[in-house]
Design a protein around this ligand. Structure first.
Ligand SMILES: [Zn+2]
Length: 668
């Protein structure tokens, strides 16, 4: 269970239509809102509505009040869930429980990293810890689990549940199971101890994997010292210096930065052992089996076959390409292609040419997105003036997402501009998930934040985006629209709360819309041998114990998947920090990309603004969040079930999208 009930402070929704009418006068065209600095209002008496319109959150102390209210409601809902007769109501109680805790925890999760005021950040951090602790306890609450089990164990009741309710019930059960709830007292205690131990090990590895290594100054040629940070009689190497033009600098950085640290090595081996033990204890063959349950790939076996087949085809394509044309002309002309595709984009969306050249303004990109969404889904982005105290920084823009028939779908807060202390990360945060509220018989509107780190507009020039920035903007907007267009009954499966290897499909698909994919993939191959190698390494590390060191495994996999020999006395795996967050799911990006690529080619490449396809995409994929098995959503969209060969072909075509034309070119 990620978190749990409707909070007391939750503002009741007015009906959609009155809400729209109330705001319509303040909406302004989206492009203009992003190209200009927001007009400052001088209304000192305007009431502070609190962050995201949550009244308690008008000051840092409000977080404590909101937490208290949420926890009080949690108690009530736990009682309800345990006492109501098994049926739909049980699942609804669980979802309300999760919703109430998520609403506070998710909001706090965002504020603790993004608020410019440290007092707000600290208060939010405290809320995260308090709610996190309660969630841990709920996940091992035997009474609560029993109420769900008595529902799922009764075939008569289960057969009467609608598919969404059944899936959500199973997902909640899964959360209990992976926490070891079904074990006897002694073993459950063991599972809890492993969990606690893992939290520490994860943290230790994460911190260690980002620490610089150091070496005595005297052991490096003096003229190279300027490339590295000084630390008394040592120099520090904090990265691979991959973009340095100097070969020697890169080589030194590689050897020092990747030099094995014995403590960290011990930590990684312990961590993998601990994950395996936990997975076995709660009933899985390996940690990989546990992690992949409910994903598209389903099993580590399927995942490894996909990676092996893709790697094999990649190698064949590359060898052929080398034979056909030793000096690759495509790569040299990529810059020209980028500009050409931007030009086509502008023509396609009727964006005034003076707004770009060679970059696009942020406002023009937002207008482009608005056009795209209105043609695909009948949805408009409307700029709305936030109330006093609603946003954490003056430069945050608020967008209402409005459907031509369904009305207001949700809100996107755009925190796009650089600020000191703000993380340099492009990110999508769910602040409030969508769900059907039986209490009010209305849809709880989803609220998300998109965070980018773009330069500010000035009085005379708007913010200009490079093609890379534009692609990131489209990617993050893909996540946001996944949340906005979803209409799930339960918030536990809303929008991006779906299988990890499906979650990136909507955002990657948006990258295809950002510019022509044939061009993008030429200058920045997004699928490469190294991603396949990393994913395979992650799988092996999380399979059954191998009885050899992580470095020996790395060596073998690097040779097999990358075709490059391992350099002695280096241990790249100690820098692979994704092992923590993704554990056995690093392949997810490749899987998502393969699906997005298939959808783009089959459904959108001919006519990217086709409304029927837009509707099908929403109906079959975006609407369901995690409430439907991901492979069924893909099947609905493509109107056939893709085979493993289809996935491989989609990935291979990403590396050499112009392969056919390339052969023709080189033959003529
Ligand atoms: Zn993403």
């Amino acid at each position: 269970m990620s978190a749990c009930k409707r909070l007391l402070y939750f503002v009741k929704h007015r009906s959609f239509w009155t809400h729209i009418r109330r705001n319509v006068t303040t909406w302004s065209p989206v492009g203009a809102a992003f190209n200009a600095k927001p007009a400052r209002r001088q209304d000192l008496f305007e009431k502070n509505v609190g962050l995201f319109g949550v009244p308690e959150l008008s000051c840092p102390a409000g977080f404590q009040a909101a937490t208290k209210a949420a926890l009080k409601n949690t108690e009530l809902l736990v009682q309800n869930a345990c006492s109501c007769p098994p049926g739909v109501e049980t699942v609804q109680c669980f979802d309300q429980l999760s919703d109430g805790l998520c609403k506070v925890a998710d909001l706090a999760d965002f504020i603790k990293v993004a608020h410019p005021d440290p007092a707000f950040r600290e208060a939010a951090e405290k809320t995260c810890i308090d709610i996190g602790t309660v969630v841990e306890k709920l996940n091992t609450n035997v009474e609560l689990c029993k109420s769900l089990k008595s529902l799922l164990d009764n075939p008569d009741i289960v057969s009467q549940l609608d598919p969404d309710t059944r899936r959500v019930a199973e997902l909640f059960m899964f959360d209990f199971e992976i926490s070891g709830i079904h074990l006897d007292d002694k073993l459950r205690k063991e599972a809890v101890a492993l969990h606690v131990n893992l939290l520490d090990l994860n943290n230790e590895f994460l911190v260690g994997s980002h620490m610089p290594n150091r070496i005595a100054r005297s052991s490096i040629p003096e003229h190279l010292h300027i490339h590295f940070a000084n630390e008394g009689s040592f120099i520090q190497v904090g990265g691979l210096h991959a973009d340095s033009p100097d070969d020697l600098v890169r080589e030194i950085a590689y050897r020092i930065y990747l030099y094995p640290n014995a403590d960290l090595m011990g930590c990684l081996e312990e961590l993998l052992k601990c994950r395996y033990k936990l997975a076995k204890l709660v009933g899985y063959d390996s940690y990989g089996h546990r992690a992949l349950k409910g994903t598209m790939a389903k099993t580590p076996g399927y995942c490894m076959s996909l990676l092996q087949l893709t790697a094999k085809d990649f190698k064949m394509m590359r060898d052929m390409k080398k034979k056909l044309n030793p000096c690759n002309s495509i790569e040299n002309s990529c810059h020209f292609h980028t500009l050409l595709s931007l030009f086509l984009y502008i023509v396609r969306y009727n964006i005034e040419p003076s707004l770009y050249s060679p970059y696009l303004s942020l406002g023009a990109c937002m207008e482009g997105l608005n056009n795209l969404f209105s043609q695909l889904y009948g949805v408009s982005l409307m700029s709305e003036h936030p109330s006093a105290g609603e946003v954490w920084s003056e430069d945050v823009r608020k967008l209402a997402v409005v459907h031509e028939k369904e009305g207001l779908l949700g809100y996107i807060y755009c925190d796009f501009f650089h600020r000191s202390n703000k993380p340099h990360q492009d990110c999508h945060f769910t602040i409030r998930g969508g769900r059907w509220c039986r209490e009010t018989d209305q849809y709880q509107l989803p609220v998300v934040v998109l965070m980018l780190s773009l330069p500010h507009p000035t009085k005379s020039t708007p913010t200009l985006l490079t093609p890379g920035m534009m692609e990131n903007l489209f990617h993050e907007m893909g996540h946001a629209m996944h949340s906005m267009l979803g209409r799930t009954r339960y918030q536990h499966v809303t929008g991006t709360r779906c299988a990890t290897d499906f979650a990136e499909v909507p955002s990657i698909l948006m990258e295809y819309f950002a510019t022509d994919y044939r061009v993008i993939s030429q200058f920045a191959p997004l699928v490469s041998d190294c991603r396949i190698f990393y994913a395979a390494l992650d799988q092996i590390y999380h399979s059954k114990p191998q009885n050899r060191s992580t470095t020996e495994i790395l060596k073998e996999m690097q040779q097999k998947f990358y075709g490059l020999p391992h350099i002695p006395n280096t241990a790249w795996q100690l820098r692979f920090s994704h092992l923590i967050g993704y554990g056995a799911k690093y392949y997810s990006y490749l899987m998502s990309r393969a699906v997005a690529s298939m959808v783009w080619r089959q459904c959108f490449v001919q006519d990217p603004l086709n409304r029927d396809m837009g509707e099908r995409y929403r109906r079959e994929m975006l609407a369901h969040g995690g409430a439907k098995e991901p492979m069924l959503m893909v099947e609905g969209m493509l109107q056939r079930r893709p085979t493993i060969e289809d996935f491989v072909d989609a990935l291979v075509s990403e590396l050499h999208p112009n392969f056919e034309t390339f052969i023709m070119d080189s033959e003529s």
